[in-house]
Design a protein around this ligand. Structure first.
Ligand code: ZN
Length: 455
């Protein structure tokens, strides 16, 4: 990208240049969602492992396996689940509910069954949605050996009295829990962690939108020069984040910011849920980016409910990890049903989510702290030709104002993000101003300044 500031563009562009020079259609993210959609994922097992293998074709994640029975904080890695087939057949042998039609039909983690039951006996094992008679609900029986079937209300209403053959060809055995991880090194060991749960079967918005978006975000980011180290973790919800945290306790102190990513492919407006720290760097960066790009976004208070932010923000971990979604879990009608499918998510919304994430990272990358080297009165900008160098900027008034804000507020105590929040100017304009002033020796970066990077 060419700017008239005269600054040197690095051989490998930074996140900002990447944002400015690439157009995201979301098609690649949507294609990955579509590819992963049919797999029967769970918190362990072949579907989860295969999902990680597909991600590994795109980005070089390391796949970790943690054995059944391993203690992870207050939990134990559960048995591994395998499923081959499941059905309910009527007297004539016709399948009235068939796992081969949808993997949502069997309660996820069901133990094996092969029996014949009357409809009355079967009733307590059936789950349907009377208010959405065409949708199959998604149910699980983790940590509690049980079984059941999920079906549409219409299917259920069509089942006549009588006996049914009930078969679940599953297996629960000592195996392992899988998760995937990619660490992209920056010049600092200070880390940004991005987490997506990947344990839901054929569900697109909840689960696959976050998985696919983060995969392609990692692919994009791996080509640019980074200050922060950025870590991507793909793991089952709850037990996966608990497992990852328990195995990485020694390096958790490197984490300066994090986001939990899911529900990023629907038409809903953006929601940012504050970390447990309320005013962490990630809270300020995410709200700043959204205020400028999507002013209708909703800011949600922290609560110990939701996705894996519950684990990252548990009191003994207390990491600055927020959650950036579109429609939050449980707050869209298709949530945890078969209607959370490929029609609910669209490339356009996935692309918007991708750009918001990339911009939050760009904002964290640009967030430096400076000291004004000529603080007595305003320095004479015209003499240095700085006013004349603004031709390449779209908003000349903004950049002029941004230079004055950077000069006025840079006392070595306030970061660029502090100044962005106070001035209400977008971080990119302040970053442009800061780079110009830095080139003219009017600003000097403070090492280890507020919000700044450590070693
Ligand atoms: Zn879910």
């Amino acid at each position: 990208m060419t700017r008239s500031t005269g600054r040197v563009v690095p051989a490998h562009p930074d996140v900002r240049s990447h944002l400015a020079s690439h157009r995201y259609t979301g098609d690649e993210i949507y294609a990955l969602v579509s590819r992963l959609y049919p797999m029967c994922r769970s918190i362990t097992g072949a579907g989860l492992r295969e999902t990680l293998r597909v991600i590994q074709e795109i980005i070089p994640i390391e796949i970790h396996e943690v054995a059944t029975g391993t203690t992870v904080f207050d939990w134990k890695i559960p048995k591994e689940w395998a499923i081959r087939d499941a059905y309910i057949a009527n007297k004539s042998g016709a399948r009235v509910v068939d796992f081969q039609q949808s993997n949502l039909h069997v309660v996820n983690y069901s133990c094996p069954v092969d029996t014949t039951l009357s409809l009355n006996e079967l009733e307590p094992r059936l789950h349907s949605l009377p208010d959405a008679p065409d949708w199959i609900p998604y149910r699980t029986s983790y940590y509690n050996e049980d079984w059941g079937f999920c079906l549409t209300q219409n299917q259920r209403d069509g089942m006549a009295d009588g006996d049914y053959r009930v078969v679940i060809e599953s297996e629960l055995f000592d195996g392992s829990l899988s998760y995937g991880e990619l660490c992209i090194a920056g010049t600092s060991t200070d880390e940004i962690i991005l987490f997506a749960h990947c344990c839901h079967p054929s569900l697109c918005n909840d689960n696959l939108s976050g998985v696919a978006m983060l995969t392609l975000l990692a692919k994009a980011i791996s080509t640019v020069r980074l200050r922060h180290t950025i870590r991507f973790v793909f793991a089952p919800a709850t037990i996966g984040s608990i497992t990852w945290l328990s195995r990485n306790q020694k390096t958790l102190q490197n984490i300066r910011a994090g986001l939990v990513a899911s529900v990023l492919g629907d038409a809903g407006k953006f929601r940012y849920k504050l970390s447990g720290q309320d005013d962490a760097l990630i809270d300020r960066a995410s709200t700043h980016v959204l205020e400028h790009r999507y002013p209708d976004f909703e800011l949600l208070e922290f609560s110990p409910w939701g996705y894996d932010e519950r684990q990252f923000c548990s009191p003994g971990i207390d990491l600055p990890v927020g959650r950036l979604t579109r429609s939050p879990n449980g707050e869209y009608p298709e949530y945890h049903t078969s209607a959370d499918d490929l029609d609910l998510v669209a490339p356009q919304y996935l692309a918007e989510s991708f750009e918001v994430y990339l911009e939050v990272i760009g904002c964290l990358e640009a967030n430096r702290t400076f000291v004004n080297t000529s603080p007595q009165g305003e320095p004479q900008l015209g003499r240095r030709g700085l006013y004349g160098k603004m031709g390449g900027f779209q908003h000349i008034e903004d950049i002029k104002l941004a230079m004055l804000w950077m000069l006025n507020q840079s006392n070595g105590q306030r970061s660029l993000l502090d100044i962005a929040q106070r001035s209400k100017l977008p971080w990119q304009v302040l970053d442009d101003a800061a780079r110009m002033l830095e080139e003219n020796q009017l600003l000097r970066e403070v090492a280890n300044g507020k919000d700044g990077l450590g070693q």
